[in-house]
Design a protein around this ligand. Structure first.
Ligand SMILES: [Zn+2]
Length: 296
């Protein structure tokens, strides 16, 4: 533990010297503490009255002795020092804005915030998908299964969405990052289509395999076609999600569709997860006159 503490202190001093050189700021009085608990690797703090503020950084004590230490040393230190630099000269940046980011990078960090950093799930497999807008997102087994089963996940902050046509890699296993990610290209990835088109004289086995793939694609696309038609309505009419759900429920029930089919349509139309779709169904069934025996 003492050795790790010393390394963090040294890394801070290097960043302090860099900050002095680049921004003319004296960070020699910035406190370095090792009393942080919980999930955050570090924290930058400012205390005291105007004119005589005191700056200090807190580092997670528990992470010092864990696998996360390397990360703490090389990423968290520049990250927190960059915050201190911004505290001292607010013109340079604020929070995690672009000013802060360039300082963090100049001090040897990644410029990423904790939430953007690469995490692997503690248990099971971690999948890294490329969204339809080209962003990388990581999900666990449960969501992976949902996506491969035809579900769609919408990511926050306009990062796009993930479906079974997206490429993915397996990047982690039971809390460990794989040295060599296992890459899975989507069936409709340009490279795969290209390869299929260019390969000559396929044998019967290959033809059968392709026929299955084409059939599978047809089936998936048939399901997909429903999505925009139903989803396009709320924007046009201002219809609430609950109202959309009731409409889908009633239409589906009258048409003799299965409960699961109706749930899938609700998920597609409203971006619900399964649990929310089921809950919405249950809450709205009495309102549209669907008997409890149908869904319980
Ligand atoms: Zn931060």
């Amino acid at each position: 533990m003492q050795d790790q503490i010393r390394q963090i202190q040294e890394r801070c001093k290097v960043a302090f010297a860099k900050a002095k050189e680049l921004y003319g700021l004296d960070l020699s009085n910035v406190g370095i503490r090792f009393d942080l608990k919980g999930r955050a690797a570090g924290m930058a703090c400012m205390r005291g009255v105007r004119g005589a503020p005191h700056f200090y950084m807190r580092f997670n004590r528990d992470m010092l002795t864990r696998e996360a230490f390397e990360h703490q040393l090389n990423n968290t230190v520049p990250h927190e020092v960059a915050h201190i630099v911004c505290f001292m000269n607010p013109k340079l940046g604020r929070n995690h804005d672009s000013g802060w980011e360039s300082i963090c990078i100049a001090l040897g960090g990644t410029g990423l915030t904790r939430h953007q950093e690469k995490v692997v799930m503690g248990k099971g497999t971690t999948y890294e998908y490329t969204t339809d807008r080209g962003h990388k997102v990581r999900i666990g087994d449960r969501h992976h299964k949902y996506v491969q089963g035809g579900g769609k996940l919408t990511c926050r902050k306009g990062k796009g969405s993930v479906n079974q046509f997206c490429s993915y890699s397996i990047v982690g296993m039971n809390g460990r990052t794989l040295a060599n990610p296992i890459v899975r290209q989507a069936p409709n990835a340009p490279a795969n289509i290209e390869a299929a088109v260019r390969s000559e004289q396929p044998n019967a086995e290959e033809m059968a395999r392709r026929a299955v793939m084409v059939e599978e694609l047809r089936r998936r696309q048939a399901v997909r076609v429903l999505t925009p038609v139903v989803a396009a309505r709320p924007a046009a009419t201002g219809e609430s999600k609950a109202a959309i759900s009731r409409r889908i429920m009633l239409a589906g029930y009258k048409a003799g569709k299965a409960y699961e089919t109706i749930i899938a349509e609700m998920i597609a139309a409203n971006d619900y997860d399964r649990q929310l779709a089921r809950g919405t169904f249950k809450a709205n069934a009495p309102k549209v006159g669907i008997p409890a025996s149908f869904y319980s």
